[in-house]
Design a protein around this ligand. Structure first.
Ligand code: CP
Ligand code: NVA
Length: 304
């Protein structure tokens, strides 16, 4: 039994999963390959894309998905993670969880008898990273270009860092020093990048990072759970907005990416997110194709 908690869990298999996702999108995989399988989706935080793409995706795979908000299940009232894991394992074939603490997902995985999929924690968002690289592959034809992330070195940034390393795509991150990505993840991503002949640069100099960019990616300055720091964060990130000036410094064919939800006028200007370089809705759609690939891979392909 295998789980997807971090991009590190699929270090060698990212391209395989992306190819399966492309095949799903092109309608090349048998219909309803996960017939009658059941997915439990635990949410400790809000979601639009993750919830709907997993739910619709599982339906299209022939299975069924249960939405379990922690406001409604006993986990939210203090039932141990162990008991939740053991009980759900008797009912369903796979569990997806969006959790506040990454360590809780590690515990869930330890206690579970079925695969666990990380649907976002404070540390990583691996399903997002897979959908994002599917989008890069579609728009750029591969991973030869320069991927630039601007803003908070958060969960989304951590997973992108790892996946760029795995795929050998050059990556530059522009962020204030206080908001650099997780150190351990950075170290791991640099090992992957070295093995795959690519580079990772982290700088507070936004112009240096963006020069020659093929992809510019950003995420919110205030993630779910960071609300108390909103004011400080808005001040700290004020020079890190992705706007037309920044797009003009990049390659002419640069694509703009954002995992969504976005705040126009904060991390990105309306002109950019609603403009011709933006591929944000392709990214959102690709969540479903990538997640179908993950579910198929972890529940079926690995056991063929
Ligand atoms: N990008 C993403 O995970 O969106 P949701 O929070 O809407 O699921
Ligand atoms: N970094 C954001 C991503 C939301 C999809 C958050 O954690 O809130």
């Amino acid at each position: 039994m295998r789980s997807l908690l971090s991009v590190c869990d699929i270090e060698e298999e990212v391209e395989t999963i992306l190819n399966i996702a492309s095949d799903f999108k092109a309608g090349k995989i048998e219909e309803k390959p996960l017939k009658d399988q059941k997915l439990a989706m635990i949410f400790q935080k809000s979601s639009t894309r993750t919830r709907v793409s997993f739910e619709v995706g599982m339906y299209e795979l022939g299975g069924t998905a249960l939405f379990l908000s922690t406001n409604d299940i006993q986990l939210g009232r203090g039932e141990p993670i162990k008991d939740t894991a053991k009980v759900l394992s008797r009912f369903v074939d796979v569990i997806m969880i969006r959790a506040i603490e990454h360590d809780d997902v590690i515990e869930l995985e330890r206690e579970s008898d079925v695969p666990i999929i990380n649907g976002l924690t404070n540390l990583e968002h691996p399903c997002q990273a897979l959908a994002d690289m599917l989008t890069v592959k579609e728009h750029k034809g591969g991973f030869d270009g320069k991927f630039v992330y601007v803003g908070d070195g958060n969960n989304v940034c951590n997973s992108l860092l790892l996946i760029c390393g795995c795929l050998g795509m050059d990556m530059a991150i522009a962020c204030p020093d206080e908001y650099r990505p997780n150190e351990e993840i950075t170290k791991k991503a640099k090992e992957y990048a070295k093995a795959n002949n690519s580079t990772i640069t982290i700088t507070s100099d936004i112009e240096e990072a963006v020069s020659g960019a093929d992809v510019i990616y950003t995420d919110v300055w205030v993630s779910m759970g960071d609300e108390e720091e909103s004011e400080k964060r808005r001040a700290d990130f004020k020079d890190y907005q992705v706007n037309q000036n920044l797009i003009d410094m990049a390659d002419d064919d640069v694509i703009f990416m954002h995992c969504l939800p976005a705040i126009r006028g904060e991390e990105v200007s309306a002109e950019v997110i609603d403009g011709p370089h933006s591929v944000v809705y392709d990214q959102a759609e690709n969540r479903m194709h990538a997640q179908k690939a993950v579910l198929y891979y972890f529940l079926k392909e690995l056991y063929k």
